[in-house]
Structures are given as C-alpha cells and as structure tokens.
Design a protein around this ligand. Structure first.
Ligand SMILES: Nc1nc2c(ncn2[C@@H]2O[C@H](COP(=O)(O)O)[C@@H](O)[C@H]2O)c(=O)[nH]1
Ligand SMILES: [Mn+2]
Length: 430
C-alpha cells in the first residue's frame, strides 16, 4: 500500500489526484499505486495511474475498457490539409460489424467516440538518435533520482500529498486470485494487446516528414455495459467472479483494437492513403495479471520494454518513446499530457480566450475537424498540461526514452457538417 508519483518539481499535479491515489492505496488488497506525470483526478479513481492489487476492482479500469492509442504508417501521394480535412468520413456513423466481432457486440464499430478520442493525421517531426543501450527494467525499486524528493515539499498542501508514503489504512487480508485463474486467464497468455507487457520494443522505421495516423479510441458502449453490469450490483467493490469479468474485459480490449484498425482503414480509404500494419497499438485502460496479482491501469500505458505513443494535444507535438519502466512505476508510463482543467473550466476560460476559428486552426498550423463547438473548447490544447514536461519526467525517472515526435496535420474529433466530403457535395448539387 505504497504510493509513488513520478513527477518532478516543475510538474503540476492536482492535490485531488494525489488524494485519489491514497484512497485507492487504502483499498483491500492494494499493494502499490504508481502515478504517472500526467496524473489527474478522475471519476472516483485517478487517471494516469497503475495500481497493483491482490483484489480485482473493475472501477479502477473504468468504463472505457480497452481504450488505447494505435499508430499506423499512412502513405499519401500529396498532402493538402484543407482538401484532406474535407474528405474525412463521418466517424460518428458506424460500419456493419463482421460476424466474429469480439464479444458479439455490434454497436458503434468504426466510430471514434467523443471526449478525448481522436483520429489524427500527423507528420513525423524530429527523430532522435537511437540510444546506445536501453537500461533494463530494474528488478527492484531503483534509487530515487534527486528530482523525486523535491515534489514532496512542493505538493505538501494536505497530509495526503506526499509522493512516496504508505497509505494510512493497513492492508487487510484478502483472498489472492487463484493460481489457476492467473494461468488460464486469456490475459496471461493471449495477444500482445490482451497481455500488454508481452510486446517487444520495436524500432519504428519512420523518418522525418513521413505521415502517420494516430487513432485514440476505446470500446465505446461495450466497456460501459461491462462496467455497469458490475457496478449496478457491487458499486466500487471487487469483482466477485474475476474470471467472468476478465473474459468480458478481454473481449472489450480486442474490440477496442479492432475499432482502431477499422477507423484507420476507413480514413485510409476515404483519403486514398496506403495504411500499413500499426507500428504500435497500446491499450491504456486495462487490467493485466502479473505474478498472480492484478495490475490495473487507468490512463497509463504498459511500459516494460515496448514503444508507446504519448499523445500531446491537437495543437502540440506527441512523443513516441521506448518505455522501460520497472516495478516502482507499475511497469507503466504516461499515456498523454493529462488534463490541466476540467471540461467546464476549459469551456468557461476558453470562451473568454479563444475564438472558434482559432481553435479550428491550431498554433502549429494544423486543422481540427470538429462540428461540436463545446467540444472544441473542452479539448483546447490549453486544457492540457505541457507534454514536454511529462516527457522530461519520464526521462529523468528513467521510465522512457524519446524516439521521435509527431506534429498534428489534421485532427478529427467529430463530424463537421460544413466540411462535407466532395462526394456528398456532388450528390447535393445533382
Ligand atoms: N495528439 C493529440 N492528443 C490529444 C488530443 N486530445 C487529447 N489528447 C491527449 O490524449 C490523451 C488521452 O487521454 P485519455 O485520458 O482520454 O485517454 C490526453 O491526456 C491528451 O494528452 C488530440 O486531439 N490530439
Ligand atoms: Mn483513452
């Protein structure tokens, strides 16, 4: 029941998020809570955290089970952003599901979903020279770098804000997951997505100027249905039948991945692009079984020996990193910049600060396809923390090594009826 937050003295972490980490640490069976530098408060549980426990808690994964970020090589003959933005298909309209869709859940396949989800055409910007040798994941807790001690003082606004303390509540004996479950769960042995830590670090064959499609989406209504079935009976309590929850969870993880591929194919075919196999597809809301324990991740990417795209915002760079996090960090890294403002604050402040036109063309010159004005403000780049700070923290704490950056060209959030595709404009003229 320890809590450790990987944020340096210059990083701003809301005290409410630290409080949530300690509340989670006090749960029965909880062993360790690792907060990432993009840590921020969520609904009842922190976002940007990896939580290791002998007890399985579905609410710690949340409703968007299987949400993740995939990066696809996206080869286009000519990139004229204004023209391409108009050709994006309506990604709020689902496609017919295949017969063997995971979990038999057919609704909403091929849709991006609202909120933070997005499909982004991005350009590879800076490619960093390869590191000489990646440090292996430490077998035990590494000594703290100097930066780790300072935030303890800078964040001491409440008794619960110290960054590495033991939770006040003592660990109560709780049943460990049965060994047979750990061995037989699909999570223990199946696909790299279902077993996030299993995937190897691949060197992406990308060069500056190449284009990629970044797809951030989850399991839409499927994950929500799975969580609701649990919470309606047990609220924030543990899963009484972990195997049943895990079976549904694994289907949602696969569904999320299928959805990201479907989105990439839809956009590829509408834009006339050649879409390759994903360079990476990493799920940041899931539970992994590790040494017979449950490692819950909510807004945290598996980070022990694999590449991860850490999203910035639609108006800043994103970073592809090689992750090498150890047990202290819950074998995890950040998944994004993390929200700095609540949606309502972003809306209120944004309206005073930005025009809609400003938000449709970002400071890096990229275009935003978003027909929903409110979402434009809620998701403004200024609503997020600085991605450079997140990456600096991951680097200082030896959790990740930056490999390259991407810069947005077109970010699709939701259909914009003013930007109809050429085909429908032609149809209307007839
Ligand atoms: N490159 C972009 N990144 C974005 C955009 N909108 C949000 N974000 C980042 O994604 C993470 C994901 O958050 P999650 O908790 O919903 O999984 C978020 O922290 C932002 O940093 C965007 O349009 N483009
Ligand atoms: Mn997500």
């Amino acid at each position: 029941m320890s809590v450790k937050v990987f944020a340096g003295p210059s990083s701003w972490i809301e005290s409410a998020a630290i409080t949530q980490c300690h509340q989670v640490a006090a749960l029965d069976g909880m062993i360790h809570v690792a907060g990432m530098p993009d840590l921020h408060p969520g609904k009842g549980a922190p976002i940007g955290a990896a939580m290791l426990s002998s007890v399985l808690y579905p609410f710690l994964v949340g409703s968007d089970i299987g949400c993740g970020i995939a990066v696809f090589p996206f080869r286009l003959k000519k990139v004229v952003p204004e023209r391409l933005a108009k050709r994006f298909p309506d990604l709020d309209e689902p496609v017919p599901p295949p017969g063997d869709v995971p979990g038999g859940y057919g609704e909403g396949l091929g849709t991006v979903g609202r909120g933070n989800h997005f499909v982004e055409l991005a350009r590879v910007d800076e490619v960093f020279p390869p590191p000489r040798a990646l440090p292996p994941a430490p077998p035990t807790a590494p000594p703290l770098p100097p930066a780790q001690t300072s935030p303890q003082t800078s964040l001491q606004t409440s008794p619960q804000t110290s960054l590495q303390t033991s939770a006040q509540t003592s660990l109560q004996a709780s049943p460990s997951p049965s060994p047979s479950l750990s061995q037989t769960s699909p999570l223990a042995s199946r696909s790299p997505l279902a077993s996030p830590s299993a995937s190897a670090s691949a060197s992406p064959a990308l060069a500056a100027g190449d284009h990629v499609l970044i797809v951030h989406s989850g399991s839409r209504g499927f994950g929500e249905r799975i969580l609701r079935a649990h919470t309606e009976v047990h609220g924030a309590g543990p899963a009484t039948d972990p195997a049943a929850y895990l079976e549904a969870h694994d289907s949602a993880v696969l569904w999320g991945s299928l959805n990201r591929r479907t989105l990439a194919e839809r956009v590829g075919s509408a834009l006339g692009a050649d879409v390759g196999e994903p360079i990476l597809d990493v799920c940041h809301n899931a539970v992994e079984i590790r040494d017979g324990l449950y490692l819950h991740r909510k807004g945290a990417a598996p980070g022990d020996g694999q590449d991860v795209l850490i999203a910035g915002t639609r108006g800043t760079r994103s970073y592809l990193v090689s992750a090498h996090a150890g047990p202290d960090a819950g074998f995890s890294v950040a998944h994004g910049a993390g929200r700095k403002m609540s949606r309502s604050d972003a809306l209120k402040r944004g309206k005073a600060k930005h025009t809609v036109e400003e938000l449709r063309r970002t400071p890096v010159g990229s275009l935003v396809v978003c027909g929903d004005r409110q979402l434009l403000f809620e998701e403004a780049p200024t609503a997020y923390k600085r991605i450079e700070q997140v990456i600096a923290d991951l680097t200082v704490f030896s959790l990740a090594t930056p490999r390259l950056t991407t810069v947005p060209v077109i970010t699709y959030k939701t259909a914009d009826k003013h930007m109809s595709p050429p085909a429908s404009r032609t149809a209307r003229r007839r």
